[in-house]
Design a protein around this ligand. Sequence first.
Ligand code: URA
Ligand code: CA
Length: 442
Amino acid sequence: MNMVEIITRKKLGYALTQAEIAYFAEGAAQHTVPDYQLAAMLMAIRLKGMNAEETTALTLAMRDSGDVADLSAIPGIKVDKHSTGGVGDTTTLVLAPLVAACGVPVAKMSGRGLGHTGGTLDKLESISGLTVEIGEEEFIRQVQETGIAVIGQTGSLAPADKTLYALRDVTSTVDSLPLIASSIMSKKLASGADAIVLDVKTGSGAIMQTLEESIQLGQAMVEIGALAGKPVTAVVTGMEQPLGTHVGNALEVKEAIDVLSGRTKGALLEVSLLLGSHMLVLANRCKTPEEGRGLLTEALESGRGLTKLKEMISAQRGDPACVDDVSLLPRSAVVREVKVGRSGYVAEMDTMALGLAAQAMGAGRMKKTDQLDYSVGFVLEVRIGDRVQPEDTLCVLHARNEEEADRAADAIRAAIAFSEEPVQAPPLWYAVITKDGVQRFD
Ligand code: URA
Ligand code: CA
């Protein structure tokens, strides 16, 4: 194989063979192809695209570039859930305990925050003592015993993606449908689940900002799943504004606990129930998402979901006391209310800018080695469509110091637009995609 020839063929728009794609993926994983050729190839793919066969071949080659977890020792159908990345997107911490409380094993490998989006592992680590670094054997034992574990990757899953993702970040090739689809699906297929529910975000805080592109991404991943023999359901949900009201690691844990305690309703709960209901369907726990929603609601109202979260925290060596007393979660030095300062209607949010504001406060990393401050972030008190008065609260900041609070207040103000005219709240979800087709709700 000759890498220059493969790059040339993609540059000219030809479909690559499975062997050529495997050579590229293996070269990325083993570092036998130099970064400059990998980068040129990524840009050729970004500009010329890939057909469904090529995208699937790339996904499978990336999956097979490292370990593939074997979860067969856990009885039942293991269903995973993955989000393409959002702000205030804490669905895992809400739905994983609810799904597990319905008797479906949740063996989940999650990720860390990336850019403006938060990561489940970082949120969980804000709980005192909790570890997400658990080996495969202990992971399997925990799921056998408690029905739930949410951990970091074990072994070396899809090392080709690790190399390529780092290069994409610095070569302006993140926003490529075949590269996103193969990146996500290679990791999901390697993590050993039997079926997968994907939360494809759309809107100002999403990797794909238009609805049509988001639906295409969902379709591509459902198709890869079908070709790889794993059922996949993709749900396209709105990221025109943060999903939950809380943005920041410990703050998002608090919101998840509030939801599981029945104290908080709203968008985070609704989207968690939707995704969870499709997980129950794929796990054959029920026939329809409506039935699934009923089962999850019962688990919520009976408190079984909250109990399951406590069991998981204890199993992962965390202190479960924060579930009964959220004031035990890390707290910031400065807590400050910001007023709206005008009247009108909340019209639009730049969700990516809101995520970046939280990152700048210390909730996310600017570089890989940065230490997070789990306590910081903000609670948004408005949503798109709300009618507001000057004295209403826009948000409550949780900051390390007054200067950072000032900067966050400015950034958050700049990210929210108002209108004199009434504004319609955007829908929480737009489409559900299965192998049978696309069901649209817009
Ligand atoms: N998340 C991933 O894991 N990969 C991508 O390419 C985009 C989002
Ligand atoms: Ca995430």
